[in-house]
Design a protein around this ligand. Structure first.
Ligand SMILES: C[S@@+](CC[C@H](N)C(=O)[O-])C[C@H]1O[C@@H](n2cnc3c(N)ncnc32)[C@H](O)[C@@H]1O
Length: 215
C-alpha cells in the first residue's frame, strides 16, 4: 500500500539504500512458488528494518512470522557478530525455502527457525531479546505483546508491522472485521503501556517502533 503519492514514493525508494541481490532472488522465487507473495516485507521496508537493526546492533532478535525469510535476512544484517536471530512460523511448507536462503547468506549459522504456533513457542524460548519483530497473524498481536514484553531487554525494541492495516484503522469499524479490531486494540496498547515509548511510522502498511524503558 502506498500512503505517499506514487511519484514521491518512487523518489523515497530511489534515494534509499538498494536491495541486496540475494533478497532480489528470494523475492523472485517467492513470487514464482509461494502463495500470497504480497506478505513479503519488500525492498524499502526491508532497508528500514536493516537500518534499525544496524543502529541497535542486537545480540538477540526474535521474529514472529518468518514467511520466506525476507525480513529475517534484513534484520540479521545488524546482528552482533556472535548474535542470533530466532524466527517462528506456523507454516511447515516454508521451512525448506527459508533455510535455502538463510544458508546462501552469511548469517545462516546465526538463524534459528522454529516451526509452530508462536503462542506456544514463545513461552518455551528461554532467552531475552534486544529486538523483536511482530509480523504474524494480526488477531494475536495483543497476545504476542503480553508474551514477549518480559523477554525484551531494557532498551530493547519492538517493531510491529501492518499497524495501519491498509488504512482501515481510520475507517468506520465493521463489527465482523476481527483483524481491524485487533490492530486498533494493539495500537492503543502500544500507546498506553507504561513500560514502552512508541512512535508509529507511516512506512508501507505502517510500522511501529516501541522502545522498552531502561528503568
Ligand atoms: C506477513 S507474513 C510474514 C512476513 C515476513 N516477516 C517478511 O517480512 O517477509 C506472516 C507469517 O506469519 C505466519 N503465521 C501466521 N500465524 C502464525 C502463528 N500463530 N504462529 C506463527 N506464525 C504464524 C504465516 O504463516 C506467515 O508466513
Amino acid at each position: 500500500m502506498h500512503f505517499l503519492p506514487e511519484e514521491l514514493d518512487d523518489y523515497v525508494v530511489a534515494h534509499s539504500e538498494a536491495e541486496p541481490e540475494l533478497l532480489q532472488q528470494l523475492t523472485r522465487e517467492t513470487y514464482q512458488k509461494i502463495l500470497q507473495p504480497i506478505m513479503l516485507s519488500g525492498p524499502y521496508q526491508g532497508r528500514v528494518l536493516s537500518m534499525i537493526s544496524k543502529l541497535k546492533h542486537p545480540k538477540t532478535i526474535l521474529e514472529l512470522g518468518t514467511f520466506t525469510g525476507y525480513a529475517t535476512l534484513c534484520l540479521a544484517e545488524g546482528l552482533h557478530k556472535d548474535g542470533e536471530i530466532h524466527t517462528i512460523d506456523i507454516n511447515e511448507e516454508l521451512e525448506e525455502f527459508q533455510r535455502k536462503y538463510f544458508d546462501k547468506s552469511e548469517y545462516g549459522h546465526q538463524i534459528f527457525q522454529h516451526l509452530g504456533d508462536a503462542l506456544e513457542i514463545i513461552p518455551k524460548l528461554n532467552k531475552t531479546f534486544d529486538l523483536i519483530f511482530i509480523d504474524a497473524d494480526k488477531p494475536n498481536y495483543v497476545n504476542y505483546f503480553h508474551l514477549i514484553i518480559d523477554k525484551l531487554n531494557p532498551g530493547g525494541i519492538i517493531l510491529s508491522d501492518n499497524v495501519l492495516w491498509h488504512g482501515k484503522v481510520v475507517e468506520p469499524l465493521d463489527p465482523k472485521d476481527a483483524s481491524t479490531k485487533a490492530v486498533l486494540d494493539y495500537n492503543k496498547l502500544l500507546k498506553e503501556d507504561p513500560r514502552i515509548e512508541t512512535v508509529l511510522l507511516p512506512i508501507r502498511d505502517g510500522l511501529t517502533i516501541s522502545r522498552k524503558h531502561i528503568v
